[in-house]
Write a protein that binds this ligand. Structure first.
Ligand SMILES: NC(=O)c1ccc[n+]([C@@H]2O[C@H](COP(=O)([O-])OP(=O)(O)OC[C@H]3O[C@@H](n4cnc5c(N)ncnc54)[C@H](OP(=O)(O)O)[C@@H]3O)[C@@H](O)[C@H]2O)c1
Length: 315
């Protein structure tokens, strides 16, 4: 966690407002205070700013007053609806200000939020915070931004106080959110996989603690797999040299069978098995497992070789 014992601020540092003092908003404010930025804070529910104020932050009575206090505002609240409510409450105070919306949202919501900020006369960036609160203000923190590139360049040094890696990924305000969604897809399906594996182990009379050391083997295999599959997917080439889709279908089928026999929820396993079996039925059984990406994409109306069923409406 960021050490922010010193309440000193430096006149050379850009004043920053933080709207939203949940765990992440508080971590952002602490990192800015540690980097000697003058910081103004506001939260919908009063009383969550006491320790930040004790360390030098200025409390604001409203979102509008908070935005008016600094040229740059970071917005970090629960979701898109909460962000919209705060932006509308700040209203005219946003005119001529810079906004970084660090609330996790979907790509279309990020674009809508950029339009909303522009409607209030603010320039904006959307930021996706890809790492948890303990990494904020640390070299291990990763934040990606997209939207107004000039704005990013102007505030790059300030944003660097928040994380070791802060990247701008392009002018589309939804692009950072696209990275976020893909990474969260990986995280939550991986997390679910581990939790399901623990349930399966316990159903087989194996304690979670006894199973855990074996689970440690998987992350060690993943870096090579991540790069190899990324290359194959980008090249559209999926040789079945290491493992095949047909073999994956057989493996998934026996895991689903084991889980079902123990009365566990198998919805996610069944879904993964269905995709894999569809790929086998489409003649891809001897391809490598990375070919499943093309099966997942097959129903997209714009995908090459799309197999969208007749009558199904494009999404
Ligand atoms: N925590 C992490 O490690 C992490 C990592 C990456 C990204 N993020 C993202 O950062 C954002 C903030 O997360 P968080 O961890 O700080 O906690 P959170 O529980 O997602 O958000 C709490 C904040 O949202 C505010 N809020 C909720 N509904 C609101 C509304 N309708 N109007 C105004 N404010 C509202 C809360 O205000 P009240 O106090 O008044 O309820 C509080 O300030 C989320 O989008 C999250 O996905 C978090």
């Amino acid at each position: 966690m960021t050490d922010f014992r010193s309440p000193a601020t430096s006149p050379s540092r850009t004043p920053v407002t933080v709207l939203g003092l949940g765990p992440m908003g508080r971590a952002l404010a602490r990192a800015l205070l540690a980097a000697e930025h003058p910081v103004t804070v506001w939260n919908r529910t009063p009383g969550r700013d006491a320790d930040l104020v004790a360390h030098g932050a200025a409390p604001a009575a409203s979102a509008a007053a908070a935005v008016a206090a600094s040229p740059l505002t970071l917005l970090c609240v629960r979701d898109h609806a909460a962000g919209r409510a705060v932006l509308d409450a700040a209203g005219p105070a946003l005119r001529g200000r810079a906004l970084v919306n660090a609330t996790s949202v979907a790509p279309d919501q990020a674009r809508e939020s950029a339009d909303r900020a522009a409607g209030h006369g603010a320039r904006s960036l959307n930021a996706a915070i890809l790492t948890p609160t303990p990494t904020i203000g640390q070299p291990t923190g990763v934040i990606v931004c997209s939207g107004d590139e000039d704005l990013f360049r102007t505030h790059q040094e300030t944003l660097a106080a928040l994380a070791g890696a802060v990247h701008h990924l392009g002018a589309d305000p939804g692009r950072a959110a696209g990275y976020d969604a893909a990474l969260l897809d990986l995280f939550w399906t991986t997390a679910h996989g581990y939790l399901h594996a623990l349930a399966l182990a316990r159903a087989e009379g194996i304690s979670a603690a006894a199973f855990a050391p074996y689970a440690h083997g998987l992350p060690r295999l993943l870096p090579a797999l991540i790069d190899d599959w990324a290359r194959r997917v980008d090249e559209g080439s999926h040789p079945g040299d290491h493992s095949t889709v047909a073999s994956a279908a057989a493996g998934l089928a026996h895991v689903a069978r084991t889980a079902r026999a123990r009365g566990l929820d198998t919805a996610v396993l069944d879904a993964a098995l269905a995709v894999t079996e569809r790929a086998v039925a489409a003649g891809r059984g001897s391809d490598g497992v990375s070919a499943l990406v093309e099966e997942l994409e097959a129903r997209r109306p714009t995908a090459p070789g799309s197999r969208r069923p007749p009558g199904e409406r494009p999404r």
